[in-house]
Design a protein around this ligand. Structure first.
Ligand code: VGL
Ligand code: ZN
Length: 195
């Protein structure tokens, strides 16, 4: 596969088994891992550190303790993905594929909700969209949590920016089953492929 990247959205402990544990989250992690391993195993004969033939970028919700989306500040969510806590960490099964310069942090401004990872920033201050363009990526695969929020918003922003976007439908996890189905239907109608 050429000019492809995988974007892993918010596969973080608080969304998997923590304060905002989502439905089918462990399954989504395992299926994502299987997808990565299968694609990698088929096409990459040499082991050169990062074991994937295509770049894998990680979006990470990364809130200060007083973030506006938390219930104690009047927001809809329990505290989650607070900077420096275990809940903000990427699932350990995915760590062999993680590089810090391809981690894009979002939700750091206490006054702003930020579901989309598109404007997330890596430690060098580059945005996800910017880095995908620099890498000459045209096709973006998306997996992660949660379908209705960060997966959907990230996929839609990527589509608007001109990327061809495919959501890995067995590799996503959700807050609510009905919301998940509705979000998938809406994304498909907009031109995001479900594979
Ligand atoms: C998310 C709610 C709040 C998500 C993040 O990753 O979908 N949802 N923060
Ligand atoms: Zn959040």
């Amino acid at each position: 596969m050429k000019n492809v990247a995988l974007v892993v959205v918010d596969m973080l402990y608080d969304f998997i088994d923590g304060s905002m544990a989502c439905q089918e989250a462990e399954k989504a992690v395992d299926n994502s891992l299987r997808y990565i391993e299968e694609v990698t195993a088929q096409t990459d004969p040499d082991d050169s550190g990062i074991r994937s033939i295509f770049p894998i970028l990680f979006v990470r919700d990364h809130h200060p303790a007083n973030h506006c989306s938390f219930q104690e500040q009047g927001g809809p969510w329990p505290p989650h993905c607070v900077q420096g806590t275990h809940g903000a960490d990427v699932h350990e099964k995915l760590l062999p594929y993680l590089t810090e310069d391809l981690c894009f942090y979002k939700g750091e401004n206490p006054a702003l909700e930020q579901y989309s990872g598109f404007e997330g920033k890596n430690p060098a201050g580059q945005s996800l969209g910017e880095v995908l363009e620099l890498m000459d990526i045209q096709n973006v695969l998306v997996c992660g949590i949660a379908t209705e929020y960060c997966v959907r918003n990230t996929a839609e922003d990527l589509l608007k920016a001109g990327f061809r976007v495919s959501v890995l439908k067995d590799c996503i996890s959700y807050v609510d089953a009905k919301g998940h189905e509705e979000a998938l239907a809406a994304m498909e109608a907009e031109g995001i492929r479900l594979i």
